[in-house]
Design a protein around this ligand. Structure first.
Ligand code: BTN
Length: 333
C-alpha cells in the first residue's frame, strides 16, 4: 500500500486480493496480469513466491490460477477496506520479514509519517519486548503490529496509551477464547495464567508534548507450541483452544477496538479507560504482587490505578502506597 524499502510490493498485495476475492473461480494469468499491470511471467513468478510462503494456489499459466484457501496473510489492501473510517485504513506498511515493526514505526514517526500509520510483519528477526527482552516472532504464527500515534496529550499520560492498547487487544482476543483473558498491569494479556500478548510503547517526547508514540502489539495466535524456555509462562490462542484462528480477523478487531478506546480517551479523558481496566483486570485491586523495578523488588497488594494509569501498591513492608510507574509485576503467593 505505501512505499518504503522492504515493504511488500503492492502488486503482490493486489494479486493476493484478486485471488482471494475470486477464491471460488479460476482466474486466467492474462486477466491477473492486465488487472495489476505486470507481465504474465511476473504473475507466475509471484505465484511461485507465494507458494513458497505456504499460500496454496492451484493451476499454472495456461489454465489460470485458483486459490485453494484464502491465506491468513495480513494483506494491506484487504485490511484497508475493512478498516475504512478509522485512521488505520490509509497507511498500512506490510513486510514479509523485518527486524522489528516498532523500529520501523519509530523511524516513520521521525520522518513525519501521519498519525495512524500501521506497520505489520509476517515475521520479525529482532522483535523487541519490554525491559530489553526479545519477542519471539515466528513466521505467520502471530500478529506483529505497531501503530504510530501523534496523541495530543502530555507525556505523563503515555501509560494510558498502553492501557488503551491492552484493553483493545483484550477485547479483540476475548472473541477467540473460551476463557476470559486477564490483563496484568500494565499490558500483559494472560489466559490460564500464561501470557499470549505483550505491548511495547515507545515514544519521542518533549517535556510538555508527545512528538510521536508507537504502540507495538505482539499476539501469539497460531503457534502450535511455544519455545521450550517460554512454555511455562507463555501460550497462544491455538494452544488454549486447540484450533487455528484468523490473524486477519483478529487484527481488524484489534484496530477497531483500539480506535474506539483511543477516541473515548481523547474525548472523555482517562476515567472510562480506568473504569474498563478495573472491570477486566484481576490485577486492578486486591492482588498480592511482587514488583521488580529498576531499583528494588518488593511485595504488596494492588490498590487501583492513579489517574495517569500508574499502578498503586500497598507495600507489605509498611511503607505505605507506592505508585509504580514502570516495572515487572508478578502474582505473589
Ligand atoms: C512485552 O511484553 O515485552 C512487549 C512485547 C511487544 C512485542 C511487539 S511485536 C510488534 C512490536 N514490534 C516489536 O519489536 N515489539 C512489538
Amino acid at each position: 500500500m505505501a512505499g518504503l524499502p522492504g515493504t511488500t510490493d503492492r502488486r503482490i498485495d493486489a494479486l493476493l486480493t484478486l485471488l482471494a476475492e475470486n477464491s471460488t473461480i479460476v482466474v486466467s494469468g492474462a486477466k491477473i496480469a492486465k488487472e495489476i499491470g505486470v507481465t504474465r511471467q511476473q504473475v507466475w513468478r509471484w505465484i511461485e513466491q507465494l507458494r513458497q510462503l505456504g499460500v496454496r494456489v492451484k493451476g499454472h499459466p495456461r489454465t489460470g490460477y485458483h486459490i485453494e484457501r484464502v491465506p491468513d496473510i495480513l494483506v494491506p489492501q484487504m485490511l484497508s477496506h475493512r478498516l475504512y473510517g478509522t485512521p488505520f485504513a490509509r497507511r498500512i506498511f506490510h513486510f514479509f520479514k523485518v527486524d522489528s515493526t516498532n523500529s520501523v514505526a519509530m523511524q516513520l514517526g521521525e520522518s513525519g509519517e501521519a498519525h495512524g500509520a500501521v506497520v505489520l510483519a509476517e515475521e520479525q528477526t529482532a522483535g523487541r519486548g519490554r525491559a530489553g527482552r526479545s519477542w519471539a516472532s515466528e513466521k505467520s504464527a502471530g500478529i506483529y503490529c505497531s501503530i504510530l500515534l501523534r496523541p495530543p496529550v502530555p507525556p505523563a499520560h503515555a501509560p494510558l496509551l498502553t492501557l488503551v492498547a491492552g484493553l483493545a487487544a483484550r477485547d479483540a482476543a476475548a472473541e477467540d477464547l473460551d476463557a476470559l483473558p486477564d490483563i496484568r498491569w500494565p499490558n500483559d494479556l494472560l489466559v490460564g495464567g500464561r501470557k499470549f500478548c505483550g505491548i511495547l510503547t515507545e515514544m519521542h517526547a518533549e517535556p510538555d508534548r508527545i512528538h510521536h508514540a508507537v504502540v507495538g502489539i505482539g499476539i501469539n495466535v497460531n503457534q502450535p507450541k511455544m519455545p521450550a524456555d517460554l512454555a511455562a509462562i507463555a501460550t497462544s490462542l491455538r494452544i488454549e483452544t486447540g484450533k487455528a484462528h484468523s490473524r486477519f480477523e483478529l487484527l481488524i478487531r484489534l484496530l477497531q477496538y483500539f480506535d474506539r478506546y483511543y477516541n473515548q480517551f481523547l474525548a472523555d479523558g482517562a476515567l472510562p479507560v480506568l473504569r474498563r481496566f478495573a472491570q477486566v483486570s484481576s490485577y486492578y485491586e486486591g492482588k498480592r504482587v511482587r514488583i521488580t523495578t529498576a531499583t528494588e523488588v518488593f511485595t504488596g497488594i494492588t490498590a487501583g490505578l492513579e489517574p495517569s494509569g500508574v499502578l498503586r501498591v500497598a507495600r507489605d513492608d509498611g511503607r505505605g502506597i507506592e505508585a509504580v510507574l514502570s516495572g515487572d509485576v508478578a502474582e505473589a503467593s
